[in-house]
Design a protein around this ligand. Structure first.
Ligand SMILES: [Zn+2]
Ligand SMILES: [Zn+2]
Length: 292
């Protein structure tokens, strides 16, 4: 099943999400589009603790970023999601503005995102959600490069590429090898079954699982009684395609709700603050208006 057909199936099952799923659908083809492989960031020397993009100098294709923001905002407004995209005449309208949104979302810069939301006439939470989609195609391209290169073992719970906490774990194949998956960049990396993603404890007395009564359920929830963190876990024969992670995450939301009801949480921010910067070339784009 393709990413788009997964999202369409989900929209039929969850009509209350249909408007948001249309916005996510607009992004789906970009996540695997090799056009985004151009202009990789300049990264710091490899580290066994810092993700690839920590302190990186980003050189994204400014026009591609501006066009993507225009498309996402346009679909959101057409779906009536003005709290998310703001009003057209107040929306940011230059490539430099689009790059600022890209960088704020990449660095999880709450203050910058809140200011942009207020300028655009959007709600802080809505803008944050929409802006979070903007760096994803570029991040997926970064993760593809990372996956194709030589890789050392990565023993941490946060993503080795973008520093986000994983969206869910996969228990793959008959041997049920555990891999964590990042919903932001699509990266996947192996992790022992008995280890908390967030506090790294391996004390099996503090680790547990919430398992559905339905024996056919592919998802369950790993929980840690030490840090109160939870992570969804799914059994699968093969790795979930990177561009289908968002749909798989949304489709299993009832497992998030069960974990939250029992008092377990996911950390609100990323595992590692990237503090990435914008390259001089990208930042010096003329600030002319790029879209209406
Ligand atoms: Zn990532
Ligand atoms: Zn823990």
């Amino acid at each position: 099943m393709s990413a788009r057909s997964r999202l369409d199936t989900l929209a039929q099952a969850r009509p209350e999400w249909a408007a948001w799923l249309r916005v996510v659908r607009e992004l789906a083809a970009d996540l695997s589009d090799p056009a985004w492989d151009a202009n990789p960031p300049r990264t710091a020397p490899a580290s066994d603790r810092a993700p690839l993009l920590a302190g990186a100098e980003m050189r994204p294709d400014t026009r591609a970023i501006a066009r993507l923001l225009e498309r996402l905002s346009g679909v959101a407004r057409a779906q009536g999601l003005h709290a998310m995209a703001g009003e057209p005449r107040q929306a940011p309208g230059t490539p430099a503005d689009a790059l600022a949104v890209f960088m704020a979302a990449l660095n999880d810069d709450d203050a910058a995102l809140a200011m942009q939301a207020s300028r655009a006439g959007a709600s802080a939470q809505g803008w944050r959600t929409l802006a979070g989609l903007l760096p994803m195609p570029h991040l997926h391209a970064c993760a593809r490069r990372w996956a194709a290169g030589p890789r050392a073992a990565w023993p941490h719970g946060y993503c080795p590429v973008c520093g986000a906490w994983p969206t869910f774990a996969e228990l793959r194949g008959v041997e049920r090898a555990r891999h964590l998956r990042c919903g932001r960049c699509g990266a996947g990396w192996p992790m022992p079954v008995l280890a908390c993603t967030y506090c790294a404890t391996t004390d099996h007395d503090t680790l547990g699982a919430l398992v559905a009564e339905d024996k056919k359920a592919h998802f369950s929830v790993d929980v840690c009684h030490r840090c109160s963190g939870y992570l969804k876990s799914c059994t699968t024969l093969q790795a979930t395609p990177s561009d289908e992670l968002l749909a798989a995450d949304l489709a299993s939301v009832e497992f998030d709700l069960v974990a939250l009801e029992r008092g377990f949480l996911r950390p609100p921010g990323p595992g590692v603050a990237l503090r990435a910067t914008l390259s001089v070339e990208a930042a010096s784009m003329p600030a002319r208006r790029w879209w209406r």
